[in-house]
Design a binder for this molecule. Sequence first.
Ligand code: C5J
Length: 225
Amino acid sequence: MSLPATIELEAEPYPFELTPGRCALLIIDMQRDFLEPGGFGEMLGNDVSQLRRTIEPNQRLLAAWRAARMPVIHTREGHRPDLSDLPPAKRIRGRGRTTIGDPGPMGRILIRGEAGHDIIPELYPLPGEPVIDKPGKGAFHATDLHSILSNLGITQLVVTGVTTEVCVNTTVREANDRGYNCLVPSDCVGSYFADFQEMGLRMIKAQGGIFGWVTRSETLLAALR
Ligand code: C5J
């Protein structure tokens, strides 16, 4: 059964006009090193359960998106093995003893091709779903994401993934400046820190939706049914 041309969704700060033919699901950095016990995120002392609670809602949304034959795009944060795309400022930031490119629990940290850099099996991309390898926090910086979306005729993004206040927020802001309308299902994005989760979402929907809209995945699933 085909979907209506537009569907009004309950969202904050006001309803979102979903246009299924122009909307892509953009799943940010659901990578093993951020989400899996024993990965780099946990090695830094983070509570990965705060991110892992997003896996099931993302699985349901991804399944619905695929069933509706709407575009799905995945991203991974990481760098070339020779570190030539890693700004020195990013490498030394935090003064950690272990940093990007060093050996970690699941291979070299945030290096393309290493096990920890890859997407968790629960949300693994299907052949044909673009995977954007991004060197920065935002998915548009130094990638071909904007070209891919333009070529598909996409004007709206449902943005999910981790972390809410870093790569999700940066990407939503970049998308907003490029003219996309972004909708963020709050249960499909996660932060290691409860207060950043709340504030990250509030910043998106504040001031009349200054960067976009916030909803819940159930609302999207009901619309796609
Ligand atoms: C992401 C990070 N994906 N927190 N990265 O948010 O460094």
